[in-house]
Design a protein. Sequence first.
Length: 244
Amino acid sequence: MSSAAELPGSEAEPGNAADRPYLGGIPDATVARLPVYLRALYALAEHGVTTVASDELARSTGVNSAKLRKDLSHLGSYGIRGVGYDVEYLVYQVSRALGLTQRWPVVIVGAGNLGRALANYGGFLTRGFRIEAVLDSDPSLVGGNLGSMTVKHVDELESLVASSGIAIGVIAVPAGAAQATCDRLVAAGVTSILNFAPVVLNVPGGVDLRKVDLSIELQILAFHAQRRNAERFGQAADEAAVEA
Ligand code: NAI
């Protein structure tokens, strides 16, 4: 599979001048679509596809073709008329823009069901992230094996952030412990936080906080399923009325 990890300079640690991140101004809306393009490009590369037309990439990502071309132009990528984009090079360009051509050390706080599942997911490594440690406060979990890692006590958080240059903290603790965990990560110097706990967290300026909530995604799917059903049943009712 082609991935950021296999591309030139991809083993560089954060801050390595040999592989500077793309510094051009990219609109936030474009940044939000880049991971979607990257996922589609990975899928193409996995199937041995070497070039892709903008229309085809647009279709597979559900993005309007003109918008996609405009997005990619922000990365300095214009494709070749009649040929399209070189998949591997575009993976590199998108990865570079997202800062994924270097491996970001990540710490997961909470070694419960979710923390363990995340820690065991091998895909992060090829997507630019290295799980550096999984921490928990439960003495019965500390010292236990988790894949190739050992669960460490959360009291090691501060020293770990300092020694491993942790860039991203993942919060996978119960809601009641999430704000304190967040504060602790921030105080230790972590400026990018991904929160899974179902609670709104407060962070100071300069800290990027993102939240993942699968139940919200499911609720949106439920809304669309409900609308599709209503359209289907509405159509059937109309047809029945015409036949009657
Ligand atoms: P869990 O109860 O299996 O694991 C939580 C772990 O956090 C436990 O091992 C516990 O010892 C540890 N912990 C508690 N306080 C701590 C502290 N102050 N410092 C370090 N470790 C601490 O829970 P599970 O199922 O893994 O869920 C974790 C969190 O993720 C919960 O808040 C849950 O609601 C949320 N969640 C969110 C999902 C989403 O879609 N966003 C999906 C599934 C879970």
